[in-house]
Design a protein around this ligand. Structure first.
Ligand code: NI
Length: 136
């Protein structure tokens, strides 16, 4: 990495001790890596709040035996074709399917899609994981 910049940070001793325990628990190799990750995490959250483009995945589980559920899920994803990049379907068991819809777009649209999926009877859990669509 050629663009590394060193800077000094003053912190309360107690806070640094707590932070060092956190770093150890999370298995970070260095404080720098841990601090950079926390900065990115906060910046990504802020980008979501500001409505900037995000990339991520909507992950959910459902029972495919429920009437029309597969058709409904496909229809919904076509309705949101503008933000849906790809879909992966995993047959978890005889009854349960896990689906991961990879998306890129405005947070409001990602949330609208997730809420629509969540509202379907038979969808048991629906979570959004996201990061910034642009490099941090
Ligand atoms: Ni399946």
């Amino acid at each position: 990495m050629s663009n590394l910049i060193r800077f000094g940070v003053s912190l309360e001793k107690e806070l640094l001790e707590v932070f060092d325990r956190y770093i150890k628990e999370k298995k970070y190799p260095t404080r720098s890596k841990a601090i950079a990750d926390l900065m990115r995490k906060e910046i990504v959250q802020q980008r979501w709040r500001e409505g900037k483009k995000v990339a991520g995945a909507i992950v959910f589980i459902y029972n495919h035996h429920r009437r029309n559920i597969v058709d409904r899920l496909i229809d919904i994803q076509h309705d949101f074709a503008e933000i849906v990049i790809s879909t992966q379907h995993i047959h978890l068991s005889h009854d349960e399917c896990l689906e991961m819809v990879v998306v890129r777009g405005k947070p409001s649209n990602v949330e609208r899609l997730a809420n629509t999926i969540r509202s379907i009877k038979g969808v048991e859990h629906c979570a959004i994981a996201f990061t910034s669509a642009d490099k941090l």
